[in-house]
Design a protein around this ligand. Structure first.
Ligand code: AMP
Ligand code: ZN
Length: 139
């Protein structure tokens, strides 16, 4: 599993870097995106470093999917967005900026322009509160 060089998400997995955690299991970790495009914007990662989809195996991908299903249910139960974007970018050309595989869950609401990234850091208290609400609503 181990710390992979200067990978920030490996740093989060090892506990060297903080995150607003929603849940974790043996293989995966879910936490709030620090620059949320919308309230509830969550990332799900494999604990074991993979740069992108091409470094993943189907078992790990299934584990990420299973966690994303649980978090999606919690997002729906707490925030009730009009829709939910599930996306995942591979390679700088696709817009990937953190090179440790991650799946985005992005609540979507009618009338809000579509964006994949934000440059505005989320407020710590708001992120913590949202993480706690989601954690408390997991199926
Ligand atoms: P991507 O473009 O798919 O690689 O997205 C990387 C995401 O990670 C962006 O949405 C960033 O806001 C988010 N991000 C970057 N650093 C952190 C961090 N330390 N904790 C949580 N999210 C982060
Ligand atoms: Zn990593």
């Amino acid at each position: 599993m181990g710390h992979h060089g200067d990978c920030i998400f490996c740093g989060i997995v090892s506990g060297a870097l903080p995150c607003f955690k929603v849940c974790e299991d043996d293989r995966t970790l879910a936490f709030m995106d620090l620059f949320p495009v919308a309230e509830g914007h969550t990332l799900i990662i494999p604990k074991r470093h993979a740069t992108d989809l091409f470094g993943m195996d189907s078992e790990t991908l299934s584990a990420v999917s299973a966690t994303s299903l649980r978090v999606a249910a919690a997002i729906r139960a707490t925030l009730a967005p009009d829709g939910l974007g599930v996306f995942q970018l591979n390679g700088a050309a696709a817009g990937q900026t953190v090179f440790h595989y991650h799946m985005h869950l992005l609540p979507r609401n009618e009338g809000v322009p579509f964006a994949l990234h934000s440059r505005v850091r989320g407020d710590d208290d708001a992120l913590r509160r949202t993480a706690e609400r989601l954690a408390g609503a997991l199926p």
